[in-house]
Design a protein around this ligand. Sequence first.
Ligand SMILES: [Zn+2]
Ligand SMILES: [Zn+2]
Length: 278
Amino acid sequence: MEYQKFLSIPIFAVFFLMGFVYYITFFIFTEDWLGLQSSAGSLNIIIFTFLASLCLFSFIVGVLTDPGHVPSSYLPDVEDCSSVSDQEPNKNGVQSKYCDKCAAYKPPRAHHCRVCRRCILRMDHHCLWINNCVGYWNYKAFFNLILYATMGSIHSTVIVISCSCQKDWNYSGTTPLKIFYLACGVMMLALSATLGTLLGWHIYLITRNMTTIEYYEGIRAAWLANKSGLSYRHPFDLSVYKNITLVLGPNILRWLWPTSISHLKDGVSFPTSRDSSS
Ligand SMILES: [Zn+2]
Ligand SMILES: [Zn+2]
Protein backbone atom coordinates (compact mmCIF):
# COMPACT_ATOMS: atom_id res chain seq x y z
CA MET A 1 0.00 0.00 0.00
CA GLU A 2 1.09 3.53 -0.74
CA TYR A 3 0.24 4.54 2.82
CA GLN A 4 3.23 2.55 4.03
CA LYS A 5 5.34 5.41 2.69
CA PHE A 6 4.31 7.35 5.81
CA LEU A 7 6.09 4.79 8.01
CA SER A 8 9.45 6.53 8.07
CA ILE A 9 11.25 8.51 10.75
CA PRO A 10 11.80 11.70 8.62
CA ILE A 11 8.06 11.75 7.78
CA PHE A 12 7.18 11.47 11.48
CA ALA A 13 9.70 14.27 12.13
CA VAL A 14 7.98 16.50 9.54
CA PHE A 15 4.53 15.80 11.06
CA PHE A 16 5.93 16.52 14.52
CA LEU A 17 7.54 19.79 13.40
CA MET A 18 4.34 20.91 11.63
CA GLY A 19 2.26 20.08 14.72
CA PHE A 20 4.73 21.78 17.07
CA VAL A 21 4.94 25.01 15.01
CA TYR A 22 1.16 25.07 14.64
CA TYR A 23 0.61 24.53 18.36
CA ILE A 24 3.04 27.20 19.60
CA THR A 25 1.92 29.75 16.98
CA PHE A 26 -1.76 29.20 17.73
CA PHE A 27 -2.02 28.49 21.47
CA ILE A 28 1.04 30.26 22.86
CA PHE A 29 2.17 33.22 20.76
CA THR A 30 -1.05 34.43 19.11
CA GLU A 31 -2.89 33.92 22.40
CA ASP A 32 -0.23 35.87 24.31
CA TRP A 33 0.18 38.63 21.69
CA LEU A 34 -3.35 39.39 20.48
CA GLY A 35 -5.65 36.97 22.35
CA LEU A 36 -7.63 34.34 20.49
CA GLN A 37 -10.91 36.20 21.05
CA SER A 38 -9.78 39.45 19.38
CA SER A 39 -10.52 40.06 15.69
CA ALA A 40 -6.80 40.57 14.92
CA GLY A 41 -6.00 37.29 16.71
CA SER A 42 -8.75 35.40 14.86
CA LEU A 43 -7.66 36.82 11.50
CA ASN A 44 -4.05 35.73 12.08
CA ILE A 45 -5.18 32.25 13.12
CA ILE A 46 -7.44 31.88 10.06
CA ILE A 47 -4.62 32.89 7.67
CA PHE A 48 -2.09 30.69 9.48
CA THR A 49 -4.45 27.67 9.55
CA PHE A 50 -5.16 28.15 5.84
CA LEU A 51 -1.42 28.11 4.99
CA ALA A 52 -0.79 25.17 7.33
CA SER A 53 -3.63 23.15 5.73
CA LEU A 54 -2.29 23.78 2.20
CA CYS A 55 1.20 22.82 3.40
CA LEU A 56 -0.10 19.57 4.94
CA PHE A 57 -2.13 18.75 1.83
CA SER A 58 0.84 19.38 -0.53
CA PHE A 59 3.01 17.23 1.74
CA ILE A 60 0.57 14.29 1.59
CA VAL A 61 0.22 14.63 -2.20
CA GLY A 62 4.03 14.76 -2.54
CA VAL A 63 4.44 11.57 -0.48
CA LEU A 64 1.66 9.58 -2.18
CA THR A 65 2.10 10.62 -5.83
CA ASP A 66 4.24 8.31 -7.96
CA PRO A 67 7.03 10.57 -9.32
CA GLY A 68 6.89 8.72 -12.66
CA HIS A 69 8.28 5.41 -13.88
CA VAL A 70 9.50 4.67 -17.38
CA PRO A 71 6.80 2.82 -19.40
CA SER A 72 7.86 -0.76 -20.13
CA SER A 73 7.15 -0.12 -23.83
CA TYR A 74 9.51 2.87 -23.97
CA LEU A 75 12.03 2.93 -26.80
CA PRO A 76 14.01 6.00 -27.89
CA ASP A 77 12.94 7.78 -31.09
CA VAL A 78 14.65 6.47 -34.20
CA GLU A 79 16.55 9.73 -34.56
CA ASP A 80 17.69 9.40 -30.95
CA CYS A 81 19.13 5.91 -31.54
CA SER A 82 22.38 7.20 -32.96
CA SER A 83 22.98 8.85 -29.62
CA VAL A 84 22.01 5.83 -27.52
CA SER A 85 25.23 3.95 -28.05
CA ASP A 86 27.70 6.73 -27.54
CA GLN A 87 25.57 8.69 -25.06
CA GLU A 88 26.17 11.91 -26.97
CA PRO A 89 23.32 14.39 -27.28
CA ASN A 90 21.32 14.06 -30.53
CA LYS A 91 20.63 17.00 -32.81
CA ASN A 92 18.19 18.48 -30.27
CA GLY A 93 20.84 18.38 -27.58
CA VAL A 94 18.82 15.72 -25.77
CA GLN A 95 20.25 12.53 -24.35
CA SER A 96 18.65 9.11 -24.33
CA LYS A 97 20.58 6.54 -22.35
CA TYR A 98 20.45 2.93 -21.38
CA CYS A 99 20.07 2.09 -17.70
CA ASP A 100 22.15 -0.98 -16.83
CA LYS A 101 20.42 -1.47 -13.49
CA CYS A 102 16.89 -1.48 -14.96
CA ALA A 103 18.14 -3.12 -18.19
CA ALA A 104 16.02 -0.69 -20.19
CA TYR A 105 16.30 2.58 -22.09
CA LYS A 106 15.56 5.69 -20.12
CA PRO A 107 14.00 8.77 -21.69
CA PRO A 108 15.67 12.19 -21.69
CA ARG A 109 15.65 13.79 -18.21
CA ALA A 110 15.03 10.44 -16.49
CA HIS A 111 17.57 9.18 -13.97
CA HIS A 112 18.07 6.04 -11.95
CA CYS A 113 17.39 6.48 -8.24
CA ARG A 114 19.43 4.19 -6.01
CA VAL A 115 16.94 4.52 -3.15
CA CYS A 116 13.82 3.80 -5.23
CA ARG A 117 15.80 1.25 -7.30
CA ARG A 118 14.26 2.35 -10.58
CA CYS A 119 14.45 5.10 -13.17
CA ILE A 120 12.39 8.20 -12.38
CA LEU A 121 10.97 10.50 -15.08
CA ARG A 122 12.33 14.08 -15.00
CA MET A 123 14.01 13.26 -11.73
CA ASP A 124 14.91 16.22 -9.52
CA HIS A 125 16.25 14.49 -6.41
CA HIS A 126 15.32 11.82 -3.90
CA CYS A 127 13.77 13.61 -0.95
CA LEU A 128 14.20 12.02 2.45
CA TRP A 129 11.55 14.27 4.00
CA ILE A 130 8.76 13.02 1.74
CA ASN A 131 10.23 9.49 1.56
CA ASN A 132 9.83 9.70 -2.21
CA CYS A 133 11.63 10.82 -5.31
CA VAL A 134 10.76 14.26 -6.62
CA GLY A 135 10.01 13.63 -10.28
CA TYR A 136 7.71 14.44 -13.17
CA TRP A 137 4.35 13.85 -11.45
CA ASN A 138 5.01 15.17 -7.95
CA TYR A 139 7.41 18.06 -8.58
CA LYS A 140 4.52 20.53 -8.49
CA ALA A 141 3.30 19.15 -5.13
CA PHE A 142 6.87 19.43 -3.83
CA PHE A 143 7.11 23.04 -5.04
CA ASN A 144 3.72 23.90 -3.49
CA LEU A 145 4.87 22.26 -0.26
CA ILE A 146 7.97 24.46 0.06
CA LEU A 147 5.97 27.52 -1.04
CA TYR A 148 3.30 27.10 1.66
CA ALA A 149 5.83 25.91 4.25
CA THR A 150 7.89 29.10 3.65
CA MET A 151 4.83 31.36 3.82
CA GLY A 152 3.51 29.68 6.98
CA SER A 153 6.94 29.73 8.58
CA ILE A 154 7.43 33.46 7.88
CA HIS A 155 3.94 34.20 9.24
CA SER A 156 4.72 32.22 12.39
CA THR A 157 8.08 34.03 12.77
CA VAL A 158 6.32 37.42 12.59
CA ILE A 159 3.83 36.33 15.29
CA VAL A 160 6.57 34.90 17.58
CA ILE A 161 8.80 38.00 17.27
CA SER A 162 5.90 40.48 17.57
CA CYS A 163 4.70 38.68 20.69
CA SER A 164 8.18 38.64 22.23
CA CYS A 165 8.81 42.33 21.47
CA GLN A 166 5.59 43.64 23.02
CA LYS A 167 6.09 41.66 26.22
CA ASP A 168 7.34 43.64 29.23
CA TRP A 169 10.09 41.26 30.29
CA ASN A 170 10.97 43.31 33.42
CA TYR A 171 7.67 42.49 35.05
CA SER A 172 6.55 39.21 33.53
CA GLY A 173 8.16 35.92 32.79
CA THR A 174 10.53 33.58 34.57
CA THR A 175 13.93 32.69 33.13
CA PRO A 176 12.78 29.35 31.62
CA LEU A 177 9.93 31.19 29.88
CA LYS A 178 12.34 33.78 28.45
CA ILE A 179 14.60 30.97 27.19
CA PHE A 180 11.58 29.26 25.61
CA TYR A 181 10.52 32.45 23.79
CA LEU A 182 14.08 33.07 22.60
CA ALA A 183 14.49 29.44 21.43
CA CYS A 184 11.20 29.58 19.50
CA GLY A 185 12.24 32.87 17.84
CA VAL A 186 15.62 31.48 16.78
CA MET A 187 14.06 28.21 15.57
CA MET A 188 11.43 30.01 13.46
CA LEU A 189 14.02 32.40 11.97
CA ALA A 190 16.27 29.46 11.04
CA LEU A 191 13.35 27.49 9.59
CA SER A 192 12.15 30.47 7.51
CA ALA A 193 15.68 31.13 6.20
CA THR A 194 16.17 27.44 5.26
CA LEU A 195 12.79 27.06 3.57
CA GLY A 196 13.11 30.48 1.89
CA THR A 197 16.49 29.51 0.41
CA LEU A 198 15.06 26.21 -0.88
CA LEU A 199 12.06 28.04 -2.35
CA GLY A 200 14.29 30.62 -4.07
CA TRP A 201 16.42 27.80 -5.51
CA HIS A 202 13.41 26.00 -6.99
CA ILE A 203 11.92 29.24 -8.38
CA TYR A 204 15.28 29.74 -10.14
CA LEU A 205 15.17 26.14 -11.49
CA ILE A 206 11.53 26.45 -12.67
CA THR A 207 12.21 29.70 -14.56
CA ARG A 208 15.00 27.84 -16.40
CA ASN A 209 13.04 24.56 -16.77
CA MET A 210 15.85 22.72 -15.02
CA THR A 211 16.02 19.98 -12.43
CA THR A 212 18.57 19.95 -9.61
CA ILE A 213 20.41 17.09 -11.40
CA GLU A 214 20.40 19.04 -14.69
CA TYR A 215 21.81 22.11 -12.95
CA TYR A 216 24.89 20.16 -11.87
CA GLU A 217 25.12 18.36 -15.24
CA GLY A 218 24.89 21.78 -16.90
CA ILE A 219 27.91 23.11 -14.97
CA ARG A 220 29.99 20.21 -16.31
CA ALA A 221 28.57 20.53 -19.84
CA ALA A 222 29.28 24.29 -19.84
CA TRP A 223 32.85 23.65 -18.67
CA LEU A 224 33.40 21.03 -21.40
CA ALA A 225 31.84 23.29 -24.06
CA ASN A 226 33.96 26.19 -22.87
CA LYS A 227 37.11 24.11 -23.23
CA SER A 228 36.21 23.46 -26.88
CA GLY A 229 35.42 27.13 -27.45
CA LEU A 230 31.67 26.50 -27.63
CA SER A 231 28.81 27.73 -25.49
CA TYR A 232 26.33 25.49 -23.69
CA ARG A 233 22.64 26.18 -23.32
CA HIS A 234 20.22 24.02 -21.32
CA PRO A 235 18.14 22.40 -24.13
CA PHE A 236 14.77 22.61 -22.32
CA ASP A 237 15.03 26.32 -21.44
CA LEU A 238 12.38 27.92 -23.72
CA SER A 239 11.43 31.24 -22.13
CA VAL A 240 10.76 32.17 -18.51
CA TYR A 241 6.97 32.22 -18.85
CA LYS A 242 6.86 29.07 -21.04
CA ASN A 243 9.15 27.28 -18.58
CA ILE A 244 6.87 28.16 -15.66
CA THR A 245 3.73 27.00 -17.49
CA LEU A 246 5.38 23.69 -18.47
CA VAL A 247 6.00 22.91 -14.80
CA LEU A 248 3.11 24.60 -12.96
CA GLY A 249 0.45 24.69 -15.69
CA PRO A 250 -0.97 27.30 -18.08
CA ASN A 251 -3.52 28.77 -15.63
CA ILE A 252 -1.99 31.09 -13.01
CA LEU A 253 -4.76 30.29 -10.49
CA ARG A 254 -3.90 26.59 -10.72
CA TRP A 255 -0.20 27.14 -10.04
CA LEU A 256 -1.05 27.07 -6.35
CA TRP A 257 -2.92 23.75 -6.27
CA PRO A 258 -0.72 20.61 -5.99
CA THR A 259 -3.07 18.11 -7.69
CA SER A 260 -3.77 20.34 -10.69
CA ILE A 261 -1.43 18.53 -13.11
CA SER A 262 -3.63 17.98 -16.18
CA HIS A 263 -1.06 19.97 -18.24
CA LEU A 264 1.52 17.20 -17.79
CA LYS A 265 1.92 14.81 -20.73
CA ASP A 266 3.80 11.50 -20.71
CA GLY A 267 7.09 12.65 -19.17
CA VAL A 268 9.21 10.86 -21.79
CA SER A 269 9.56 13.67 -24.35
CA PHE A 270 9.99 17.38 -23.79
CA PRO A 271 10.00 20.39 -26.12
CA THR A 272 13.47 21.85 -26.62
CA SER A 273 14.68 25.30 -27.59
CA ARG A 274 15.92 23.85 -30.90
CA ASP A 275 12.40 22.50 -31.67
CA SER A 276 10.96 25.99 -31.34
CA SER A 277 13.74 27.69 -33.30
CA SER A 278 13.61 25.23 -36.22
ZN1 LIG B 1 17.21 2.62 -13.90
ZN1 LIG C 1 14.14 7.91 -5.28
